[in-house]
Design a protein around this ligand. Structure first.
Ligand SMILES: [Zn+2]
Length: 240
């Protein structure tokens, strides 16, 4: 068997590149939009935040930025649009959060076995045809020097969470995640996702993992939605 021809890669090369922030030609992200994205990141590096209200049983999530334009548009474009070329840029932001989450763990625990990506529903995998969040987490974990895996899957039908409030999201996901077969008992893990919104999916993942003897020792995400979260301490900036 020869190597599969990488059609997706060829299409990506053939498409005219435009800045994902402003549409300027020939670039994935122009210098001005890089500055604007940098402006959404927290001064002093990633911050530990809780959603408000915080779901029971989950610790703070280390996040690098506020989920605001133009970063929010980049994340949507990467995940649900045709901008998989943004993976490297978004991975830089997630790597920072993962490194801080891992540092926080190392002060309390002996170590981390693996970074787990949050699972997508079967419907979104079908719609997208690939696994953008898993691939982003994989790249960011590698850059952070941590192994990664996809251990969770979403069982049954879940609605698109966009537009659901905290209670709606929690109800939509409750009991829906499962751990795939494999010997993960006793593992210590960091959960990684693109966005922290209500924390419902982190909470459901933690429940499913705890039920099979896997300990969640930290969480990391690129960005958190600003109106829903509060900083763990008041030392952070731009967390209003
Ligand atoms: Zn631009």
């Amino acid at each position: 068997m020869g190597r599969r021809f990488d059609v997706a890669g060829l299409i990506d090369l053939a498409l005219p590149r435009r800045c994902a922030g402003c549409g300027a030609p020939l670039l994935t992200l122009c210098a001005e939009c890089v500055d604007a994205v940098t402006g959404t990141t927290f001064a002093g590096g990633p911050q530990p935040v809780f959603p408000a209200p915080a779901p029971f049983g989950i610790g703070p999530t280390w996040v690098t930025a506020a989920y605001l334009p133009p970063l929010s548009g980049l994340i949507r474009g990467y995940k649900d649009g045709a901008r998989r070329d943004l993976r490297t840029i978004l991975a830089v932001l997630l790597t920072q959060a993962l490194v801080r989450a891992a540092e926080a763990v190392s002060t309390r625990h002996t170590g981390i076995d693996v970074v787990l990506s949050m699972p997508s529903s079967a419907a979104s995998i079908r719609a997208r045809g690939d696994h953008p969040v898993r691939d982003l987490v994989r790249l960011a974990a590698r850059e952070a020097g941590l192994p990664s895996a996809e251990v969770l899957r979403v069982h049954g039908r879940v609605r698109d969470t966009a537009g659901l409030d905290a209670a709606g999201r929690a109800g939509n996901l409750a009991g829906r995640m499962r751990v795939r077969a494999g010997d993960w008992h006793g593992a210590t893990v960091i959960l990684a996702d693109d966005i922290l919104t209500t924390g419902a999916s982190m909470a459901e993942a933690t429940r499913a993992l705890n039920a099979t003897g896997i300990e969640v020792v930290g969480q990391a995400a690129i960005a958190a939605t600003p109106r829903r979260f509060r900083p763990e301490s008041h030392s952070g900036q731009g967390l209003g």
